[in-house]
Design a protein around this ligand. Structure first.
Ligand SMILES: Nc1ncnc2c1ncn2[C@@H]1O[C@H](COP(=O)(O)OP(=O)(O)OP(=O)(O)O)[C@@H](O)[C@H]1O
Length: 292
């Protein structure tokens, strides 16, 4: 099993007067770690719930492994959605929750769940409601990893973890997906830490898909050009500029566009310094207030 492919076509989801998703279209191939990025309220959770078959579109469609997931027992059984809010029985112990998941999830790996509980140092006897926020997040990670679902969706599950625990989670996730290929979607508004894990990203903004591309392709499009204002202006002429900063006579411009080597070589020979743009910065520029 290499995981389910996912597609959305003109997907719109409304809640009364609020349009949470507004004509979203994208594809994620089977297998690999993909990121769903967007600011607060951009529609991430709504999209993930729709992919998990928990919600029907107002219009448009989603396809998971080629079919509409809503009320589809096969696809819903192969989809593991882990939300930060937790879908666990809060009064039951960690041990009872994991046992219950083992009973209901056909892809559950009990031995792996056991190992992960030890790695994250969780107390099996504690009720979920008695765990700290970070421990609850770690339990969510255990559930997401041990489910080994062909479509594993982790909705901001790691936000409550401290930095060393998040690092442990990223390492475990990457190793696990390589060893047991499946499709994993991580949603977040913190990109810096996860961008090196991701193959593709979908960026949502106000319910619309702002971008859907391979991470490497996005990185190649984002460049900062720093130098004399006139030389920088000439170098970026006709390109999509997402940010400009003037520091005295020096200008720094961030572009997001298809950049050809000849243009970059000309810029360099005109004394312009070229730099990479971290995905987090591109995300901030692309989804900043000025682009709303
Ligand atoms: N059940 C609901 N009823 C009414 N409005 C809703 C409901 N669920 C979501 N919304 C609205 O839809 C929009 C998208 O919300 P959603 O939770 O999908 O965003 P999100 O990107 O996951 O946000 P965050 O990063 O803050 O978790 C928001 O404006 C939200 O208020």
């Amino acid at each position: 099993m290499s995981g389910y492919p996912v597609a959305a076509r003109d997907l719109t989801v409304r809640f009364g007067a609020t349009t949470a998703l507004d004509g979203a279209t994208f594809d994620l191939p089977a297998g690999g770690l993909h990121g769903l990025l967007g600011r607060n309220g951009s529609g991430k959770t709504t999209l993930l719930s729709t992919l998990a078959g928990l919600r029907t579109p107002s219009s448009g469609s989603v396809l998971v492994d080629g079919v509409d997931p809503f009320e589809n027992a096969r696809v819903m059984g192969g989809t593991g959605l882990v939300r930060e809010s937790g879908d666990l029985l809060s009064d039951a112990s960690v041990r009872s929750n994991l046992r219950l998941l083992g009973d209901i999830r056909s892809t559950w790996h009990a031995d792996r769940a056991d190992e992960l509980v030890d790695l994250f140092r969780l107390d099996r006897r504690k009720a979920v409601s008695a765990l700290s926020r970070g421990q609850r997040s770690a339990l969510g990670a255990v559930v997401g990893l041990a489910s080994r679902a062909p479509l594993t969706i982790l909705d901001e599950v790691y936000l409550g973890m401290d930095a060393p625990t998040r690092q442990l989670f990223y390492d475990l996730l990457l190793a696990d997906v390589i060893e047991h290929p499946r499709t994993v979607i991580l949603s977040s508004h913190l990109i810096g830490e996860i961008e090196h894990l991701l193959e593709r990203v979908v960026i949502l903004h106000a319910g619309r898909v702002l971008l859907s591309d391979e991470v490497d392709a996005l990185r190649a499009k984002g460049v900062t050009l720093t130098g004399a204002a006139s030389a920088v202006a000439a170098a970026v002429d006709g390109l999509t500029v997402v940010a400009t900063r003037d520091l005295g006579a020096t200008r720094q411009v961030t572009v997001f566009d298809d950049l050809d080597d000849a243009r970059l070589a000309r810029a360099r020979s005109a004394g312009v310094d070229l730099g990479a743009v971290p995905l987090q910065d591109l995300f901030i520029h692309l989804t900043g207030e000025e682009s709303r």
